[in-house]
Design a protein around this ligand. Structure first.
Ligand code: FAD
Ligand code: NAP
Length: 339
């Protein structure tokens, strides 16, 4: 028995919103054996199991009547290297950004656009994390998960993960798959993605005409640091809403009244609207009610100024959803996982 169970633990340090709720039981998993022990405890004592990583995509609205298992497994290894492409495997509990930095330090590119995303490697496939035109599906080479229903291990290929915009099989079948380790195919030859948002502009401002993957990572870190609140200073879970995919007919209707509408045509004919733009147009940018608010620089980010509860944040989110639906006929879907 290596699992250290603690009772009535505050989850405030374990969620980036800094919401203060308690876990009935709390433990950290440092090995596959710890994970299996937690599953066995959960079954034997009829206590639900909630697996978390860095807690950067959670909205906790009440005390958690469960065993909260925080993934803290460590390990990064090279599985294959053909001189051009390298397959790396990382344990679920590895922190995402240091892992990205590790690949760059080895001269491997592919993950640079995903720099500075908080959280763990194991949670990254859950919503197919994405930023600046790259999603993990673009560099994904497989993962190993434990089927919580049968206790069996299963390897998943790219096709089996159903990755989509901020979505995956693991999110669709929430609570079934416990991701233990993830594999990535990264390159010794750089294929950089610079055409998204302000990335190339930032590099140009820095006088960099022929960037390396590390230059791209640094440029993205500097853009993110300017625009996004640091959860260590101001509680938040990143983008609170997904960017809605709407028909081109609806996008055209909105544009008639709002010529400045920010939208990106998709391959399937739909248009991805910038949810942050809609929220800002509706006047919510910088709004504050008690300690729950909308960030003053990025209206897609809800923030906790100190003592906001999960329910207060949820209430604010629902007010925004209702307003956007009434003004633009657009449904905003929440991104963080609510418990
Ligand atoms: P948690 O919040 O701990 O968990 C998220 C979900 O995954 C929960 O449902 C949990 O039960 C489940 N889970 C966690 N670990 C496992 C596991 N090993 N096996 C099975 N299920 C598991 N996201 C983006 O996509 N792009 C961004 O650019 C981005 N920027 C962000 C910026 C900020 C400032 C913040 C606060 C968040 C941002 N996010 C972004 C959201 C978040 O960082 C990611 O979704 C991240 O992958 C969450 O990782 P986590 O370890 O914190 O997961
Ligand atoms: P931004 O650059 O201000 O752009 C606003 C929105 O427009 C983004 O959400 C993005 O959608 C979309 N967009 C911009 N350029 C695009 C292009 N060339 N093609 C298609 N869509 C485009 O966004 P931001 O808020 O500063 O975030 C920058 C990047 O980091 C985005 O990719 C964003 O998703 C990611 N991010 C995510 C989170 C999170 O919690 N999920 C938090 C912070 C940042 P997409 O979001 O679909 O890319």
């Amino acid at each position: 028995m290596t699992l250290q169970l603690q009772s009535q633990v505050s989850l405030k340090p374990f969620n980036s919103f800094g919401v203060d709720v308690r876990a009935q039981l709390f433990a950290e998993a440092h090995s596959d054996a710890d994970v299996r022990e937690a599953l066995a405890y959960s079954a034997e004592h009829a206590v639900p199991l909630l697996v978390i990583g860095g807690g950067s995509n959670l909205l906790l609205t009440a005390d958690i009547a469960a065993l909260v298992l925080r993934m803290a497994t460590r390990g990064i290894r090279v599985l294959s290297d053909n001189g051009r492409q390298v397959v790396i495997e990382a344990e679920a509990g590895e922190s995402w950004h240091p892992f990205v930095q590790w690949t760059l330090a080895q001269g491997l590119s592919g993950l640079e656009n995903l720099s500075l995303i908080p959280g763990t490697v194991g949670a990254a496939p859950m919503q197919n994390i994405g930023a600046y035109g790259v999603e993990i599906k673009d560099v994904f080479a497989g993962l190993t998960a434990l089927d919580r229903q049968t206790g069996e291990l299963r390897d998943f290929t790219l096709a089996e993960c159903n990755f989509a915009y901020r979505d995956s099989l693991f999110k669709q079948q929430v609570g079934r798959w416990l991701i233990l380790r993830v594999r990535f195919a990264v390159d010794r030859v750089e294929h950089l993605h610079l055409e998204y948002g302000p990335v190339r502009q930032r590099l140009t401002e820095q006088g960099i005409d022929h960037p390396t993957a590390t230059d791209v990572s640094q440029a993205i870190c500097s853009i993110r640091n300017e625009k996004l609140p640091d959860p260590a200073v101001l509680g938040n879970a990143g983008s609170f809403f997904k960017n809605p995919l709407v028909s081109n007919v609806l996008a055209a209707q909105i544009r008639l009244e709002h010529p400045g509408l920010v939208g990106y045509p998709q391959a399937d004919g739909r248009v991805k609207l910038a949810a942050g733009w809609l929220i800002e147009q509706a006047g919510w940018k910088g709004f504050r009610d008690g300690d729950a608010g909308v960030h003053h620089l990025q209206s897609l980010v809800l923030v906790n100024y100190g003592t906001a509860t999960g329910l207060e944040l949820l209430n604010l989110a629902q007010r925004i959803q209702k307003d956007i639906a009434e003004r633009f006929n657009v449904e905003l879907e929440m991104e963080p996982n609510q418990y």
